[in-house]
Design a protein. Structure first.
Length: 79
């Protein structure tokens, strides 16, 4: 990464993040929404049923740009 940064120093700005920083990861917000909103109180019949429902949650979230933007705002990251 440092070599790439040295080569592209005028066009690339690297932001170093802590090794573990879920608060800075918009994907964590996506999973939180699936878990606590879409799948709250959901009791699957089996693992396949759970997998299908999780897939639907992620699919429907991907179709909601304002929701996705909110995940970036929560992480305090600029798009």
């Amino acid at each position: 990464m440092r070599q790439l940064q040295a080569i592209l120093h005028r066009r690339l700005q690297v932001e170093w993040l802590p090794a573990y920083a879920p608060d800075l990861n918009p994907a964590e917000q996506l999973w939180n929404h699936a878990k606590y909103a879409d799948l709250a109180n959901f009791v699957p019949d089996d693992v396949n049923h759970l997998g299908r429902r999780v897939g639907l949650s992620l699919y429907y979230q991907s179709r909601r740009p304002t929701l996705l933007r909110s995940f970036f705002r929560t992480a305090k990251l600029r798009l």
